[in-house]
Design a protein around this ligand. Structure first.
Ligand SMILES: Cc1cc2nc3c(=O)[nH]c(=O)nc-3n(C[C@H](O)[C@H](O)[C@H](O)COP(=O)(O)OP(=O)(O)OC[C@H]3O[C@@H](n4cnc5c(N)ncnc54)[C@H](O)[C@@H]3O)c2cc1C
Length: 486
C-alpha cells in the first residue's frame, strides 16, 4: 500500500490526537499549528462522564458523554485528576435534586452495561458508587470530622464540602458523582513530547495555513511560518497532500470557506477565571457545581480545584463566563461565524488587567455566595478562555465528532474533548474505505499515552503553563489514581 500523505490543520486535542494515532498506523502526517505549542486552544477541566453539568440535554447525549469519557480516560489516563464532583441545587432554584435522580439511575445502569461489555471500562470506580446522595444530617455529621489533605473515600471528599459550603443556601440531597477533572497542560506536555518523537509526524508550529487549492495531485496547502516578530510573516511554503483533515477548532469555518463549502455552525466565546485561596492549601476539595439558570445572574457556579490553593471558576452568567454577544452564527456568505473584534483581540493579544480583576472578582463573589470563606480568594492568574465551535443551530448540543463533506476531506467538530476517540475512529474508518489503511487498522487501539514518561510530562507541562502565563502548580494533579471508593 502506498504511504499516503495527510495534512492536519490545527493541533488542538482533536488534531494533535489524530496526528499521533494516524502516525502509529503508519501514515505520513504534516500537522500545522499557528501557536507555539500544541493544545493551546480553549480550556477544558471537566470530564463530562455522564453530562451531569447539563440539565437541559437529552439522555442520549449523556450516555454518549459517559461512554466517550470512559474511552478518553483509557486513552489519556495521565491527564485525569481522579477526584469526584459534587452537584447541588441553589435553595431558590426552580427545580429539585430529586428531578436529577432518574437520569443518574439510568447513567449508573448504562455504566454497568459498558463494564459488562468490557471490564476495562471500569475507569470511574464500581458502578454502584457512580453517584452517592448526602442529606442534611450526614453533612452536619461530616462537619465534625477532621479536614483531610488526601481523601480516599467519597465521605472523606465530602468533609471539605461540609465544612465550607453554606448548607442553608442549597437543597438536599447533595449529589456526589464520579465526574473527574482533566488537566490541559499535561496533555499539551505529553503530546508535544510524543509528536516530536514520532518519525511519521512533521510538526509545523507557528505556521498558519493561508490557502488551500485542489489540483490533480491532491490538496495543495499554502502556509506561512511566523517570524519572531509576529508582524512580519515569512517563509511561505506550498505542499501537496492526498488527504486533508480540518481540526481548526473555532476557525473550522475559515477552512470550509477556502474550500467553498457552505455549513451552518455557531462559535461561542467563554472564559473561566483562576483564583488563589491560601486557606485551602491543606485541604483537598472535590469539584463543586451549584446549578442555576444559565444566562441569568443565578447561572451555574463551577468551582474546580487544582493543587496548592488554585481554583478555576466558571459562572454561567453574563458578567463571568458568558458574554451578551459571545455567541455568533455563520452566514449565507461564510461558514465562519464572525466573533466581535473585542473577543478576537483577547484570543490574539490577551486581556486588559482591569477586566481580569473585575471578572475574576465577580467569579469569586459568585462562588462565595455558597462557599462564604472563599470570598478571601484573590486573582490567581490571567483567565483560561477561548472560543469553541458548535455545529448546526442548537446551542445546547454537546456531542459531535466528524463529518466528510468532500472527497478526501474530514472536518473535526468536537464540542467536548472526550468525543475525540469516536472522532478518530470515524476518520480511520473513512481512510480504510479509501484503502489508505488496512482493514485491520480498527483493531489497533490507540496507545497514545503509553510512551510518555511521567517526569518528562510533568516538567514539560509546567514549562508550558509558565510560558502561557499560568502558575506551574496548575500543571499538577490533586489525585493521580482512581480512589478506592467506599
Ligand atoms: C471556557 C471554556 C471551558 C471549556 N471547558 C471544557 C471542559 O471542561 N471539558 C470539555 O470537554 N470541553 C470544554 N470546553 C470545550 C473544549 O475547550 C473544546 O471542545 C476543545 O478545546 C476543542 O478542541 P479542538 O482540538 O477541536 O479545537 P482547538 O483546541 O481550538 O484547536 C484548534 C487549533 O487549530 C489552530 N488553527 C486554527 N486555524 C489554523 C490555521 N489556519 N493554521 C494553523 N493552525 C490553525 C488553532 O491555533 C488551535 O490550536 C470548554 C471551552 C471553553 C471555551
Amino acid at each position: 500500500m502506498k504511504k499516503q500523505k495527510i495534512a492536519i490543520i490545527g493541533a488542538g486535542v482533536a488534531g494533535a490526537s489524530t496526528a499521533l494515532y494516524l502516525s502509529q498506523l503508519g501514515l505520513d502526517i504534516t500537522l500545522y499549528e499557528q501557536q507555539k505549542s500544541v493544545v493551546s486552544g480553549p480550556p477544558w477541566c471537566h470530564l463530562h462522564a455522564g453530562g451531569n453539568l447539563y440539565r437541559e440535554i437529552s439522555d442520549e447525549q449523556c450516555f454518549s458523554l459517559l461512554s466517550q469519557s470512559i474511552d478518553f480516560v483509557k486513552l489519556y489516563p495521565y491527564v485525569v485528576d481522579y477526584r469526584p464532583t459534587v452537584i447541588a441545587l441553589a435553595d431558590d432554584d426552580k427545580s429539585t435534586p430529586s428531578s436529577l435522580l432518574p437520569r443518574l439511575k439510568r447513567l449508573q445502569k448504562e455504566y454497568q452495561r459498558l463494564i459488562d461489555l468490557d471490564k476495562n471500562n471500569q475507569v470511574l470506580g464500581k458502578s454502584e458508587n457512580y453517584y452517592k446522595l448526602y442529606d442534611h444530617e450526614s453533612m452536619k455529621a461530616l462537619q465534625k470530622a477532621q479536614a483531610i489533605k488526601n481523601p480516599k473515600t467519597n465521605d472523606e471528599w465530602m468533609i471539605a464540602v461540609a465544612k465550607n459550603l453554606d448548607l442553608k443556601k442549597v437543597q438536599f440531597p447533595l449529589i456526589l458523582v464520579q465526574e473527574y477533572g482533566l488537566n490541559i497542560f499535561r496533555l499539551a506536555g505529553g503530546l508535544m513530547l510524543d509528536l516530536k518523537a514520532s518519525k511519521n509526524v512533521s510538526l509545523k508550529l507557528e505556521t498558519s495555513v493561508e490557502d488551500i487549492q485542489k489540483d490533480a495531485l491532491g490538496w495543495s496547502i499554502i502556509s506561512t511560518k511566523q517570524n519572531q516578530n509576529k508582524e512580519k510573516k515569512q517563509n511561505k511554503e506550498q505542499q501537496t497532500f492526498d488527504y486533508l483533515i480540518n481540526a481548526a477548532g473555532f476557525q473550522t469555518g475559515k477552512i470550509d470557506d477556502m474550500l467553498g463549502i457552505k455549513c451552518e455552525r455557531m462559535v461561542e466565546f467563554k472564559a473561566s477565571y483562576v483564583a488563589q485561596w491560601q486557606e485551602s492549601k491543606t485541604v483537598a476539595f472535590p469539584e463543586i457545581i451549584i446549578h442555576g439558570e444559565r444566562g441569568t445572574p443565578k447561572g451555574m457556579a463551577q468551582f474546580t480545584p487544582y493543587p496548592n490553593g488554585y481554583f478555576q471558576l466558571h459562572g454561567m452568567t453574563p458578567n463571568i463566563t458568558l458574554y451578551e454577544d459571545g455567541l455568533v452564527k455563520s452566514s449565507k456568505t461564510s461558514s465562519q461565524p464572525q466573533l466581535k473584534k473585542k473577543f478576537l483581540d483577547k484570543v490574539n493579544e490577551g486581556w486588559e488587567q482591569e477586566e481580569i480583576k473585575q471578572r475574576t472578582h465577580n467569579a469569586i463573589a459568585h462562588v462565595a455566595n455558597f462557599i462564604p470563606s472563599f470570598s478571601e480568594a484573590t486573582v490567581g492568574s490571567q483567565p483560561l478562555f477561548g472560543a469553541q465551535q458548535i455545529l448546526g443551530k442548537d446551542a445546547t448540543l454537546r456531542v459531535a465528532e466528524v463529518s466528510f463533506p468532500l472527497n478526501n476531506y474530514a472536518r473535526c467538530e468536537i464540542i467536548k474533548v472526550s468525543s475525540v476517540t469516536d472522532m478518530m475512529q470515524g476518520i480511520v474508518k473513512e481512510l480504510m474505505d479509501l484503502n489508505y489503511l488496512s482493514p485491520l487498522s480498527l483493531k489497533y487501539k490507540p496507545s497514545l499515552c503509553q510512551r510518555v514518561d511521567e517526569k518528562d510530562v510533568k516538567n514539560k507541562a509546567k514549562n508550558i503553563a509558565k510560558e502561557r502565563g499560568y502558575p506551574a502548580d496548575m500543571a499538577e494533579r490533586n489525585v493521580k489514581f482512581i480512589m478506592q471508593v467506599d
